[in-house]
Design a protein around this ligand. Sequence first.
Ligand SMILES: NC(=O)C1=CN([C@@H]2O[C@H](COP(=O)(O)OP(=O)(O)OC[C@H]3O[C@@H](n4cnc5c(N)ncnc54)[C@H](OP(=O)(O)O)[C@@H]3O)[C@@H](O)[C@H]2O)C=CC1
Ligand SMILES: O=C(O)C1=NCCCC1
Length: 284
Amino acid sequence: MASVSMCNEVIQPPRMFMRIPSKNGVLLTMPAFSESENAMACKLVTAYPRNVEKGLSSIIATVLLFDPDTGKVSAIMDGNEITTWRTAAASVVATKYLNNQTKTLAILGAGTQARSHAEALDLFFNFTQIRIWNHRYERAQKLASNLEKEGKSVVTCRNAEECVQDADVIVTATFSSSPILKKDWIKPGAHINAIGAGISHHSELEMELYEIAVIYTDDMSSAKYELKGLLDAGISIFGEIGEVINGSKSAECNKITIFQSLGMAVEDLVSAKLIYEEYKKMKK
Ligand SMILES: NC(=O)C1=CN([C@@H]2O[C@H](COP(=O)(O)OP(=O)(O)OC[C@H]3O[C@@H](n4cnc5c(N)ncnc54)[C@H](OP(=O)(O)O)[C@@H]3O)[C@@H](O)[C@H]2O)C=CC1
Ligand SMILES: O=C(O)C1=NCCCC1
């Protein structure tokens, strides 16, 4: 069953999740095609939260780029960096449209996505302060010290409530299956980029927060499957970020807004195509 984007030119079927409960892992297949880009790709990505104990990334991705005219594979590329940066880039766009204050950034989590979000959001918005909380405090300190080396002003927090208090922009980027962010901690008008928790996308935020916030996502057709838990609880998704960009949905900046990021294959597709084009130029 293919879903077609608003501009009727992208084919992006719902992605497939193969869960491996005995290994606490999941494999996702993420295909996409774009008519205007004349590009076709499929990302294969695994999420193994316990990989960190083995010194491996918890998200491991490979992107296959195809010649859409023949179906022949034109490139096989590492998808980790693509996943790391395209996810943060999508949050930058969501934050640009949904937020009206950019003084304080609070990040819950201190892994790969926490780092790319700190880097990308700060590059774009130049925050006065970045705060980081992680369930293991030492990892928050490590990320903070790396960001400080780049001249950023970073504070580590011992608890999540202190981290998000009065923050303008909040990022959640963990594997937590229980809420780490609560409604009562957040100031009116704050914007939240909810990135993490793998296959259970909405477990990082408490339900009461979803009940009072205006919720946006990247792809409504995927949300029907992947945010079923929210929808079944009577929570409605206001719209896609793309609809805010094209003016068909309003940006409710004065309310608490949530960008519920799922991750889209078309983001991987355009990133992979760009990289491949650059590679071909370099080889000339
Ligand atoms: N929306 C999207 O497009 C994408 C979403 N993701 C999701 O983002 C999240 C982070 O991914 P990534 O940064 O690559 O992973 P990392 O393993 O690099 O980081 C995970 C972070 O979560 C913390 N964490 C792990 N378990 C728990 C827990 N039970 N409670 C609280 N914190 C916890 C880790 O802390 P510590 O290491 O100290 O245990 C670490 O700070 C994942 O859920 C992943 O599925 C990833 C890519 C794309
Ligand atoms: O879009 C992605 O890539 C991912 N989304 C959710 C979890 C793992 C990777």
